[in-house]
Design a protein around this ligand. Structure first.
Ligand code: ZN
Length: 608
């Protein structure tokens, strides 16, 4: 399960418990087999199953062996395997440098006859590129632009021309702005970067606010949601940054203090100072595999239709940018519940259907790249190895290993009128308390299928304190509980696979997002389902939510958004930055590319 999509489309179900609960290793044969699968997939040797790692290949081999032993028909593009490439990491290249030329006044020497003094910053010690920086060079004058906020009530860019200049700005917000939603909506690092780019800056240097950790450089790493911000961006330690402010003019400390006190911007061009900045990032591309096998249907008239039973088997390896671990030291993030548990469920359902097929065919699909942005499932629905129009439904299992007090959440029930009846009959007699969520765009792989108008169900036993931490380990799995969940999943899959007619897709009502990321305070709803892959032209969307401003404005799945209002959109952060400037009722132009042609659409935003 990935967390970034939550603030866009999903209200998370949080059980809130951080207590450790140890269960027996399963008292039924099914429970014991599930436990064994989880134990292997979440072992040291699989090392957290990060895409591109040797560990995930061990997990892939384990799944392939299992499918082969059950004699599933291979349905990938290379046997069971369905390879695709993704960006798994970033490193600094050899060409990174920052130097300043500072004219220092000397008594009796006119400034224009003074030779500039060169100050160099050391990569990794004084500064570091941000993972979302553009690669390239910038030089010339430097402007300090406060917090880099441009809103109607407070504008760091008012009265200063920063076109062609490098800007220095503080991270975060002044304390008085922290409760101001309009300003807070523009305060995220990526939003500020977009603002600077749109104002014409050539590079952004972020510096920490004054305080204990002002001289700590944040962890360098991949920015998973669109790696490129379209502008050079670096983070500097405060001490070297303060040194390039003019000795006789306003210091960084004084500028920050004045903004804090007066609630007014304090932007200016650094006199007598120029910069040469060179950023080079190299991205690591890797190949990873979805693993796909089919149990053929027993009814010749229905076996050309498929029910997909899926789960992602990747996790976040040694702790990537999705880690919630307290320490940034590399550590195995075992991902026992997320999502060795769902993978184990797919393996055991494959066994059940191989032993007793249903009328329709069942496709068992384990995805990679889920944690990097649902990449495996998106790859498959865009490059399907079976006809998409023959997919009757998709059942997704993500985090089903922590059943507690019998509480099970099922999402996507709004995607077909058939689902409530299916769920009622499937849960009958099982010790489960089921809550349902209509929304089919939750933060896991079923979203990719919802976006293709395929009915989905998503089974989930809830978030917990070990989520995305190294402590998500196999012995915490409730194996008997998972077996109970799986009994219900099997019954629901059989109901769909045996029914004379396949479920019809319903466009479900949009659920308001009730959980917001702390750094985002959007006041408006838009309703697009973004694709997190890179598209050089703009932000590719895979769908729009029914009834949303985006749908009413005429946006469609597969559109590439290139601008919202005055903001150029190159990635998801640009979209968030643009949305931060609107309030409910505002109307704006959204530019998209559809079938290679530019289109202008008019969208009226609604509230949350
Ligand atoms: Zn996850």
């Amino acid at each position: 399960m990935r967390n970034m999509m939550k603030f866009l489309v999903f209200a998370a179900v949080i059980s809130g418990s951080t207590s450790t609960f140890l269960y027996a290793q399963g008292t039924t044969p099914l429970g014991q087999r599930l436990y064994e699968h989880v134990k292997i997939l979440a072992s040291d040797s699989c090392a957290g199953r990060g895409p591109g790692s040797a560990g995930i290949e061990k997990a892939a081999a384990y799944i392939i062996n299992h499918f082969a032993s059950l004699k599933l028909t291979p349905a990938g593009s290379n046997g069971y395997a369905n390879p695709f490439t993704l960006t798994t990491g970033v490193k600094t290249g050899s060409k990174n440098s920052i130097s300043f030329g500072v004219l220092i006044e000397r008594p009796g020497v006119p400034l224009d006859q003074t030779k500039p003094t060169t100050i160099g910053w050391k990569l990794g010690a004084d500064y570091q590129p941000l993972g979302f920086s553009e690669t390239g060079v910038a030089s010339g004058n430097i402007a300090f632009v406060g917090y880099g906020i441009s809103s109607s009530s407070y504008d760091d860019y008012a009265g200063i021309d920063i076109k062609g200049k490098v800007v220095i700005m503080l991270r975060g917000l002044p304390t008085w702005a922290e409760k101001n939603d309009a300003i807070r909506a523009l305060g995220a690092l990526r939003t500020k970067t977009t603002t600077a780019r749109e104002k014409g800056a050539t590079a952004v240097i972020f510096v920490n606010r004054n305080g204990d950790s002002a001289d700590v450089l944040p962890r360098f790493g991949l920015d998973r949601l669109g790696k490129n911000s379209g502008i050079l961006a670096v983070q500097a330690r405060r001490t070297p940054c303060a040194k390039i402010f003019p000795p006789k003019g306003t210091s960084l400390f004084v500028a920050e203090t004045e903004i804090e006190k007066t609630k007014q911007p304090k932007s200016f061009i650094l006199p007598n100072t120029t910069i040469n900045l060179n950023v080079e990032l190299e991205f690591l591309e890797s190949t990873t595999n979805n693993i796909i096998g089919v149990v053929a249907g027993s009814d010749p008239s229905l076996s050309n239709e498929y029910v997909v039973v899926g789960a992602h088997y990747d996790h976040i390896g040694m702790g990537d940018e999705n880690s919630l671990a307290a320490s940034s030291e590399p550590m195995i993030h075992f991902g026992a519940d997320d999502n060795a548990s769902g993978t184990a469920g797919v393996l055991e359902l494959a066994r059940a259907f191989a032993e007793r097929p249903a009328r329709r065919s069942i496709v068992f699909m384990t995805f990679s790249g889920e944690e990097k942005g649902l990449l495996g499932s998106k790859h498959w629905v865009s490059n399907p190895t079976l006809p998409l129009e023959k997919i009757a439904a998709m059942i997704n299992l993500d985090m089903i290993g922590r059943l507690k007090d019998g509480k099970l959440n099922i999402q996507g029930t709004g995607t077909s009128a058939m689902w409530n009846a299916v769920i009622d009959s499937a849960k009958a007699g099982l010790p489960l308390t089921v809550t349902t969520t209509a929304d089919g765009f939750g933060p896991s792989d079923h979203s990719s299928f919802t976006a293709k108008n395929i009915p989905v169900l998503f089974y989930f036993t809830g978030l917990h304190g070990d989520y995305h931490r190294p402590s998500d380990t196999y012995e915490k799995i409730n194996a008997d509980g998972e077996a109970t969940v799986l009994a219900m999943v099997e019954k629901s899959v059989r109901t769909v696979a045996e029914a004379p007619t396949r479920p019809e897709f319903t466009k479900g009502a949009e659920k308001p997002a009730t959980q917001q990321s702390s750094s985002i305070a959007l006041k408006v709803t838009f309703g697009v389902v973004p694709d997190y892959g890179d598209d050089p032209q703009g932000l590719h969307i895979t769908g729009v939510k029914p009834g949303s401003p985006a749908e009413r404005g005429g946006l469609q799945g597969e559109d590439i958004i290139t601008a919202v209002g005055a903001t150029t959109v190159k990635n998801i952060y640009d979209l968030m930055a643009a949305l931060g400037t609107f309030k409910p009722g505002d109307e704006t132009t959204v530019k998209v590319i559809r079938d290679s042609k530019p289109l202008s659409l008019s969208v009226t935003f609604t509230g949350k």
